[in-house]
Design a protein around this ligand. Sequence first.
Ligand code: GLU
Length: 367
Amino acid sequence: MSPARPFQVRRVVVKVGTSIVTRGDGRLALGRLGALVEELHALHQHAEVVLVTSGSIGLGAARLGYDAVPSEVVDRQACAAAGQGALIATYDALFRQLDLAAAQVLLTEDDFLHRRRYLNLRATLERLVARGAVPVVNENDTVSTLELACGRDRVFGDNDRLSALVAAGLDADLLVLLTDVDGVYTAAPGTPDACRIDTWQDDKVSLGPGSALGRGGMGAKLRAARMAQHVGVHVVIASGFVPGVLGRVVAGDVEGTWFPAQAGLSQRGRWLAYASAPDGRITVDAGAREAILSRGASLLPVGVTQVEGDFSASAIVSLIGPDGTEFARGVAASDARSARARCGQSGERALIHRDDIVFLQLDPEAQ
Ligand code: GLU
């Protein structure tokens, strides 16, 4: 019998959340971690495996004597410093028992934002998997939360997004988000109207009020999953509490919620769309938005209503629709001053050439 979900898994990124890694009292859930590592080892027999793991802050909070996971940034940074060592030491010991090398990779926003660092990161991860190691990735919380103060949008604010960026950057076939809920529900799990969505299709899904999105960080998972499917990665959100779930997900069995991979973006397009930090914003009218999205047109000055920022030619800029929503990114063909001077005027010289524009995944309501 052919699998319900026909994907070939040569490279898989698995993300586990704090609720899977730690027990209610903040200590390591050793049984679960041991089982997870055994499943990853089985997977590693026929696929390359990358693990993205949360848990350093929760674990560190228990170690440093906090009653609960603190909310203040400096406390969380201290917790991450205290917890990450214990986390990686445990993975290292468990993988070692199965003759696998765990390789710690701690990432900050800058590793994605700067294209050279991003390419370097990709090369390092590629080398690790080629050497048969399992990269064990987490955000470098001890330093990177400082960046919160800088006032710009974050590339990733959570490990769901981080795992989606890693999967996109590494051309993974599959991203598995293991959490404490066995998928995305149409309403809060346990309520009468709640049913699990097996396959996520934007046009078919309607989430009821009070749906599962507010719980267990499901909103963040959903956004990360939709981003990864948009660039061309299959995603499954499944329960990390169910033994053997990973093997069944990879075999294509119906487990959790599946986000089928879409046609996909090139590697440059993936970075441009989701990892870069735009230097400016160009707002366009409805006609220009439509021409770009439906006909793949270049951006001409006539459709531009506003140019913000002080960017140079070849900088990355956001394209904003009349509703204020960013719908694409592109590489500017001229600097901000000349773009502003030509704003709204006719003329065939494009402000952004069609080949330098990538579309973003839009919210279903905004499409
Ligand atoms: N990096 C955080 C930790 O290790 C978790 C962040 C997240 O789960 O989104 O505790």
